[in-house]
Design a protein around this ligand. Structure first.
Ligand code: ADP
Ligand code: MG
Length: 289
């Protein structure tokens, strides 16, 4: 049963009761939370471009760094990196928009925003109200206090806060050698992904930080990268096939380091389930736009 977004007359009390903590961030958003709810701030264009620039640059520099250092760098954006972002962002924002919108980076930004907006639309259309995503409520514009700069934020919706991301959960379990549980969560992830495919949506941004854990459920946190176009799915699968083990592409390399057989089983299972024909069999019959 799918219900539309739940509209409240007033924001949940806890959102305005105190200062919200910054609990996560991606390229497109910064996420703040109270005890049970999260709100998101969309980053501005120059902020996103700066992050993409730095990320690309890091990929290039990474090749010359020792592996351990590179892994650390990628998983802990340090204060230095944040400073670098602000510097690059300033440079980016000094270039007139009309100039860089026409550049390579402008187009990358446009593509990114388009993917994000379309994904959100598809999530509302096909997933809201289902157990595949956290609950979302909407309310009249509300001013909330948040940690860090700029200190305030106006929001009109909030999302159920998950216990932690799937990435964090798996990392903890792996550190304790609880491999059976790791494998069970991975199986739940595949089940969730198949449930999405049955509804005719596929995520091309499947990093484990984009999934969350609520009790024994895996949910999709970040709809950016969702597509309902079969051509996109085919293209993505073809690209994945050329890019090495699926487990690594989902960000599992570090986590499964201590369990190579498990990684191999997961890769095998993914290839079986995400075979284009197998997905096509689940995909609903509808003409997508
Ligand atoms: N509902 C939620 N509950 C808890 N943490 C969340 C929630 N939504 C997002 N986060 C945290 O914020 C991070 C960034 O959110 P995400 O929607 O993926 O933004 P982006 O589009 O920038 O990647 C996530 O990786 C996660 O750590
Ligand atoms: Mg994300």
């Amino acid at each position: 049963m799918r219900s539309p977004l739940k509209a409240l007359e007033k924001a949940p009390e806890e959102l305005t009761a105190g200062r919200l903590k910054r609990i996560g961030e991606g390229v497109g958003k910064v996420v703040y939370a109270s005890e049970h709810w999260v709100v998101k701030r969309d980053r501005g264009a120059s902020e996103i471009i700066a992050l993409i620039l730095i990320w690309r640059l890091m990929k290039r520099v990474e090749r010359f760094l020792p592996r351990r250092l590179a892994a650390r760098w990628a998983s802990h954006p340090s204060a230095a990196l944040r400073l670098l972002r602000v510097a690059v962002q300033t440079a980016v924002s000094l270039v007139p928009k009309a100039v860089w919108f026409g550049t390579h980076w402008g187009r990358i930004w446009q593509k990114f925003v388009h993917r994000d907006v379309r994904g959100e639309y598809l999530a509302v259309k096909h997933l809201s109200g289902t157990s595949l995503v956290p609950e979302t409520v909407t309310f009249p514009p509300t001013l909330v206090r948040v940690g860090g700069w700029p200190g305030w934020l106006v929001v009109t919706e909030a999302t159920e806060r998950v216990e932690e991301t799937l990435y964090e959960r798996l990392k903890k379990l792996a550190a304790q050698g609880r491999w059976n549980e790791v494998e069970r969560w991975l199986e739940r992830l595949l089940e969730l992904r198949r449930a999405g495919w049955r509804r005719g949506v596929f995520s091309v941004d499947a990093h484990l930080k984009n999934f969350g854990v609520i009790e024994s459920r895996v949910v999709l946190l970040d709809p950016g990268g969702l597509t309902d176009r079969w051509e996109d799915v085919e293209q993505h699968l073809a690209a994945m096939a050329k890019n090495g083990p699926p487990s690594q592409q989902f960000g599992l390399a570090e986590i499964l380091k201590g369990a190579p057989e498990l990684a191999a089983r997961f890769d095998q299972r993914w290839r079986e389930l995400a075979d284009p024909q197998a997905i096509r069999d689940l995909w609903p019959e509808r003409r997508s736009g």
